[in-house]
Design a protein around this ligand. Structure first.
Ligand code: HEC
Ligand code: HEC
Ligand code: HEC
Ligand code: HEC
Ligand code: HEC
Ligand code: HEC
Ligand code: HEC
Ligand code: HEC
Ligand code: HEC
Ligand code: HEC
Ligand code: HEC
Length: 483
């Protein structure tokens, strides 16, 4: 509405022969007469409508019909701008908010500054010139508002615009041979890409994940796709219930993720080994991992668990029932630290969801036994720790036993992983390893304590003997003195 009123006002001014900010555009008039491409495209350019003349970018005198005067290179006519001069021309208005206000438009004035600092401004350089200028994405003539579906930067066109370079292997090799050129191909297979191709302008495209003017190398810690920043980039849309409403999918992924063991590791502890959204969903192939690929996704990092699972009786049982492998017990976005409460037949154990004394009973008894075993390992670990601590407090030398506490802990960790074989005898072997170590540590610590007590008694007795000797010596001396 406002736009329409402004256009009407501009049209009225044009009719009155006075253009906003500038005089009549004689350049445009003469070039329209020649019917060249720039003037044909310029007829529907937003700059033309706003009263910017050809001279706005090319310089020269737009008020004269005389081509010699109009395009006087001795004056300020620059001819066809090339290289960095192009962006500098655009910036002469777009980076100058006062000048822009003169056109009664309110637009951000940061595009030039951002572009200069971006990967495209810093690294994509040929000779002395940047290869990405404002016109690379926006074009030079026939520029329309960025929200207009005809704009090369609108959501449905931007993929082609970025890919004109990024999918061109020969071209990209000249700048960064190590950079993959498969983004568009992968993107096309994703839920985002398929919907974008079908005309859905709300799904993520290149700039929703990478940014616009200030695109940074993906390894830059400030990049929107750097692991610690990525979850909130995805959440811009996926946690926006109103935005996502038409799709009817949950919008709690980010919220759950930030509370999960992975989210805490990544976002609070800055552990770059922990997964961000793209570790599981892919960068450009963003699709929910299907049932077959979930275990592969988790197995990238948890390879031991995945290998054990693949050889376990659950593999076939889950496949037949179309159950995802790891997700069934651990969830996906809200994965919590694993503890032994997951194991067993109590109501909060995951095993009891499928195993009861009547349903799949072998698994039931296995779960019961495994829980008892892991509990006994935990108890014996605690006992060994307590004894070692006590002996240490009494000042006994027991560094070796203390060191071997780590072996118990290690065995406990191995046993937790071995759960995934879902094989009670194998689990028992893993637990036994820990039990053996903790028993020997406990014996050693107990031995040290016994020795301590023995020494205390020995010390007591010798003190007593010495005291008696001293007393009798004293008495003896006194007797001699009396004499
Ligand atoms: C009276 C007609 C006329 C006017 C007025 C005019 N031009 Fe031109 N302009 C031409 C013609 C004709 C050519 C083509 C010259 C050629 O092809 O060698 C041209 C060429 C150009 C070129 C290409 C130059 C190059 O080096 O390739 C630019 C840019 C240009 N004009 C911009 C402008 C601007 C900006 C203005 C106003 C300040 C303007 N023209 C005014 C007729 C005009
Ligand atoms: C918003 C800035 C801008 C405006 C306004 C503008 N041009 Fe250009 N023009 C450029 C740039 C930048 C180039 C350099 C080539 C490129 O990047 O596509 C160019 C190139 C040209 C060329 C060289 C041929 C070509 O297509 O490459 C001609 C001729 C030309 N412009 C004429 C005009 C005329 C006539 C007008 C007004 C009707 C005009 N320009 C308005 C920015 C502008
Ligand atoms: C790598 C491609 C690319 C380059 C280079 C680029 N732009 Fe943009 N520009 C975009 C996209 C995409 C948008 C739409 C942003 C959005 O979705 O909100 C945009 C939006 C804009 C807007 C609308 C206001 C805004 O900031 O969102 C202006 C004005 C603009 N660009 C000017 C420029 C200028 C001036 C330059 C050169 C200094 C430039 N652009 C360089 C892609 C680019
Ligand atoms: C003489 C000043 C001036 C120059 C030079 C100029 N622009 Fe603009 N530009 C404007 C004005 C004014 C508008 C706003 C028009 C409106 O919204 O009515 C605009 C709008 C735009 C928009 C549309 C923003 C939107 O609302 O979506 C883009 C994109 C853009 N310019 C890109 C460029 C590029 C690229 C160049 C250089 C090739 C350039 N401009 C050079 C003044 C200028
Ligand atoms: C859903 C978000 C998303 C979309 C959409 C997206 N990207 Fe990416 N892009 C990423 C992530 C995440 C990375 C990898 C970051 C990392 O390696 O840590 C990446 C990496 C890149 C890289 C570095 C090389 C590479 O492939 O690892 C380039 C170049 C790139 N993207 C360009 C594009 C282009 C071009 C498009 C549009 C066709 C696009 N991206 C669409 C998220 C996205
Ligand atoms: C004119 C060609 C060109 C266009 C168009 C272009 N790029 Fe680039 N881009 C490059 C080049 C060249 C590099 C490599 C710079 C380097 O690493 O040396 C690059 C680097 C990148 C990187 C950083 C990759 C890394 O090193 O981590 C991302 C991300 C990226 N571009 C995204 C985009 C997006 C998104 C668009 C569209 C909005 C786009 N590019 C448009 C040429 C282009
Ligand atoms: C610009 C908004 C936007 C951004 C940013 C975005 N997405 Fe999406 N995403 C969507 C929309 C819209 C859909 C379509 C939902 C549908 O059809 O179910 C979608 C679909 C998905 C799907 C498929 C869901 C399904 O089952 O249909 C996954 C997975 C996904 N996005 C992951 C991501 C990840 C990971 C990121 C960040 C790297 C991300 N998205 C960034 C808007 C976005
Ligand atoms: C540890 C792996 C993992 C991480 C990290 C992860 N996801 Fe998922 N995501 C999954 C799995 C597995 C599914 C479910 C696939 C299924 O069951 O069909 C899923 C499903 C989805 C869906 C489809 C709708 C739904 O909720 O079922 C969207 C959208 C999604 N994830 C977005 C995200 C976003 C955004 C992030 C980051 C904040 C993220 N995911 C982090 C594994 C992960
Ligand atoms: C990119 C690597 C990566 C991927 C992919 C990944 N994880 Fe993790 N995961 C980790 C890291 C690192 C930790 C340790 C976090 C911490 O405790 O600091 C972890 C922790 C865990 C824990 C808790 C372990 C404990 O000691 O309590 C579970 C359970 C888990 N992940 C399950 C999964 C599942 C299920 C998937 C697939 C849906 C998955 N992970 C995908 C890296 C990953
Ligand atoms: C049938 C249920 C079940 C399935 C399926 C399952 N887990 Fe577990 N997982 C457990 C239980 C129970 C524990 C806790 C053991 C403990 O702490 O005593 C656990 C512990 C873990 C741990 C922490 C211990 C360690 O190994 O570091 C990780 C990581 C883990 N699981 C990953 C996975 C992955 C990856 C998959 C898929 C390949 C998977 N889990 C499948 C039940 C399951
Ligand atoms: C999603 C359901 C489900 C969950 C959860 C589950 N199981 Fe199972 N389990 C099965 C099915 C189905 C079989 C195959 C039953 C059969 O063939 O009798 C099975 C088989 C087993 C077997 C092999 C029994 C045999 O035939 O020798 C063991 C051992 C086992 N489960 C242990 C566990 C343990 C321990 C847990 C908890 C950590 C657990 N299961 C969680 C469904 C589940």
């Amino acid at each position: 509405m406002i736009l329409r009123i402004r256009r009407l006002a501009v049209a009225a001014l044009i009719l009155a022969g006075t253009r906003v900010g500038m005089g009549a555009d004689k350049c445009f008039e003469c070039h329209t007469a020649i019917a060249d491409k720039p003037s044909t495209q310029f007829a529907h350019d937003i700059h033309h409508r706003a009263g910017v003349t050809c001279a706005g970018c090319h310089g020269g005198d737009a008020t004269t019909d005389d081509p010699e005067k109009a395009m006087n290179k001795e004056g300020n006519f620059i001819g066809v701008p090339k290289g960095d001069v192009i962006s500098a021309r655009c910036a002469a208005c777009h980076a100058d908010s006062v000048r822009m206000a003169g056109y009664h438009v309110v637009l951000p004035a940061n595009q030039f500054a951002l572009l200069k600092e971006s990967v495209h401004g810093q690294k994509s350089i040929s000779g002395k010139e940047r290869i990405v200028q404002c016109t690379t994405c926006h074009g030079a003539h026939g520029i329309v508002p960025v929200r207009d579906p005809a704009s090369p930067v609108s959501p449905l066109k931007i993929v082609a615009t970025c890919s004109s370079c990024h999918s061109n292997a020969t071209y990209m090799r000249a700048y960064n041979p190590a950079l993959p050129v498969d983004q568009r191909e992968k993107y096309r297979t994703s839920v985002h890409g398929m919907k974008n191709a079908r005309g859905d302008a709300k799904v993520a495209e290149c700039v929703s994940c990478h940014g616009t003017h200030g695109i940074l190398p993906v390894k830059d810690v400030r990049s929107k796709v750097f692991p610690v920043n990525l979850p909130s980039t995805c959440a811009n849309c996926h946690s926006n219930a109103a935005y996502m409403k038409p799709y009817g999918i949950p919008t709690d992924q980010y919220e759950k993720f930030t509370r999960s063991v992975h989210g805490i590791a990544l976002l609070k502890k800055n552990d770059l080994g922990a997964p961000a959204c793209n570790s599981c969903h892919g960068n450009h192939g963003a699709a929910p991992p299907d049932i077959e690929s979930v275990s592969k996704v988790c197995g990238i990092c948890h390879s031991l668990n995945a290998d054990l699972f693949a050889a376990s009786p659950h593999k076939q049982a889950f496949d037949e029932r179309h159950l995802p492998e790891c997700e069934t017990c651990h969830g996906n976005h809200d994965i919590e630290p694993a503890t032994s409460t997951l194991l067993g037949v109590s109501s909060d154990a995951v095993c009891s969801r499928c195993h009861t004394p009547t349903d799949n009973p072998q698994g039931y008894s296995a779960a019961q036994v495994m829980r008892l075993q892991i509990d006994s390992l935990e108890l014996s670990e605690q006992r060994a720790q307590a004894l070692v601590a006590q002996a240490e407090q009494e000042g006994m030398e027991i560094s070796e036993a203390k060191y071997r506490l780590r072996d118990i802990h290690q065995a406990r960790l191995e046993a937790r992983t071995t759960v995934h074989a879902f094989n009670a005898p194998r689990f028992a072997t893993a637990v036994d390893k820990g039990l053996v170590v903790s028993a020997s540590v406990a014996i050693e610590a107990q031995g040290a304590l016994d020795e301590y007590i023995f020494r205390r008694i020995g010390l007591g007795i010798s003190t007593l003997i010495i005291s008696i000797l001293a007393a009798s010596l004293y008495l003896y001396i006194r007797r001699i003195e009396k004499r």
